[in-house]
Design a protein around this ligand. Structure first.
Ligand SMILES: Nc1ncnc2c1ncn2[C@@H]1O[C@H](COP(=O)(O)OP(=O)(O)O)[C@@H](O)[C@H]1O
Ligand SMILES: [Mg+2]
Length: 445
């Protein structure tokens, strides 16, 4: 059946409020299950868990059924929730981090940061549309000509984006992004994403309540790095995390997780990151962690950082540390307020203490490319001082990226804050000997 026909039928059956329908029980199932628990299970375990939950719901609320009818209904409900055909084995493979479907015949995956095509295909466009339909109806969304782009999430937490013709000229496109697996900082160090001394410095900065921005392009590991750094937040503090789709997996006990909500089909009910940042301020947080700033929430985040919630962490999409600070400025001037540029610069100079910029290399490795601290004050033009840079060597025949981290002395205002809370600075960094006011101690290369 075509997507459109299915959508029409769905609508009709919703109208009848048919309590016997698979759609109804699937919806009840999605209301009951804890998506988070599910992500920790294998595909087989997920099926068992879901069957159990549907069984409970049917016992409580369902019609009287024979044993056989009952197990068939359970099966169909779970199939509807999980059945993703050729995608299932790919989803079950933990080493795959991204699944990209470009029309029914082209499926690509990313593994170890490298992309390759897989042999699996859909049995034609109809089947692909059916799968897409299944995925988006899980989150009560629809894909059709009038809303040809949808973000959704699988019950197992993976993030899905769908875009169909006429916007896509390559047929229906499905992009599934797996939850980044949490890497402790030690593991990132082992993988060469940063060196041990830098790990120690960042830990000291987090404990000294620096406001830190993690920047980088898509898939450079920003969320992963934020997650790793969050481990340095003392367990005695109350953390509120705010995300578009909850990916962070903090270690601490005292964490409140908030997730924004897109508008429904009628275009109502949106709760933006910005609303959540404002709400978070009334929740007595010690630290606020925003998964990513992309728009008008930036100004609220800066204000939060400036009003007693220092030690906050956030990521932003940017091409360099320098670019990140300018992007924050343009993002913060977006939105209804139209805050003047130099007022925003004042806010940023006050709020942001350090920028950790991440890069992704052709061999799939991700690394800290630069760490810069903000040395400008008030309404001055932005001035960043690098304290770390990765220098790559020319790529050799084995295609592996090698190079070394170069450390630079910390400006005194930065070192002072770290010493003040009793933390030590690794010797490879050191501290700028003397710093006449208003000069940059070591200009950025
Ligand atoms: N330092 C790293 N080394 C190798 N892989 C990484 C590293 N950091 C992240 N990854 C992987 O890269 C992918 C993208 O990571 P993510 O943190 O979601 O990036 P971003 O938030 O920048 O889009 C994930 O699959 C993640 O597991
Ligand atoms: Mg991210």
């Amino acid at each position: 059946m075509s997507l459109k026909a299915r959508l029409d039928e769905d609508r009709a059956s919703e109208g009848r409020a048919d309590r016997g329908s698979v759609t109804h029980w699937r919806r009840r199932l999605l209301e009951e299950i804890n998506l988070e628990d599910l992500t920790r299970l294998t595909m087989a375990q997920r099926r068992v868990r879901l069957e159990k939950v549907v069984g409970h719901i049917l016992t409580r609320e369902g019609p009287v059924l024979s044993e056989r009818e009952r197990s068939m209904l359970i099966r169909r409900v779970v199939d509807e929730a999980l059945g993703l055909g050729v995608l299932e084995p790919l989803l079950a493979d933990e080493t795959i981090t991204e699944i990209m479907v470009n029309g029914p015949d082209n499926i690509f995956i990313e593994r170890d940061g490298r992309m390759r095509r897989v042999d699996a295909t859909f049995n034609g466009e109809d089947q692909l549309y059916q799968t897409i339909d299944r995925i988006v109806s899980l989150v009560n969304r629809r894909v059709d000509e009038s809303s040809p782009m949808v973000d959704a999430r699988l019950p197992t937490g993976e993030r899905v984006n769908v875009i169909i013709p006429p916007l896509s000229l390559s047929g229906p496109i499905l992009t599934i992004r797996r939850f980044p697996k949490p890497y402790p900082i030690e593991e990132l160090i082992r993988m060469g994403s940063l060196d041990p001394a830098t790990g120690i410095l960042l830990a000291a900065m987090v404990r000294a309540r620096f406001n830190i921005v993690v920047s980088g392009g898509t898939g450079t590991g920003k969320t992963t790095f934020l997650n790793a750094m969050s481990a340095f937040v003392p367990a005695t503090e109350r953390i509120v995390t705010i995300e578009d789709s909850a990916e962070l997996q903090l270690m601490q006990e005292h964490v409140v997780r908030l997730e924004s909500r897109p508008a429904n089909i009628e275009g109502r009910g949106e709760i933006a990151i910005r609303d959540l940042v404002r709400n978070a301020l009334r929740m007595r947080p010690d630290r606020i962690i925003v998964g990513e700033v992309r728009g008008s929430e930036t100004i609220d985040m800066l204000q939060a950082m400036n009003t007693g919630h220092d030690g906050s962490l956030v990521t932003v999409h940017a091409n360099s540390a320098e670019d990140a600070i300018h992007r924050l400025q343009s993002l913060a001037t977006m939105g209804e307020g139209h805050v003047p540029y130099d007022a925003v610069r004042d806010q940023i100079n006050n709020a942001v203490d350090a920028i950790v910029h991440l890069g992704r290399w052709p061999d799939g490795s991700r690394r800290v490319d630069e760490i810069a601290v903000v040395s400008s004050r008030r309404r001055e033009q932005f001035r960043l001082d690098s304290v770390l840079r990765f220098d790559a060597l020319p790529i050799g025949p084995n295609r592996a990226v090698e190079g070394k981290f170069r450390h630079f002395p910390l400006p005194r205002h930065v070192a002072g804050r770290i010493h003040h809370v009793g933390e030590t600075i690794p010797a490879v960094f050191g501290v700028v000997a003397s710093e006449p006011p208003g000069t940059t101690p070591h200009p950025r290369p």
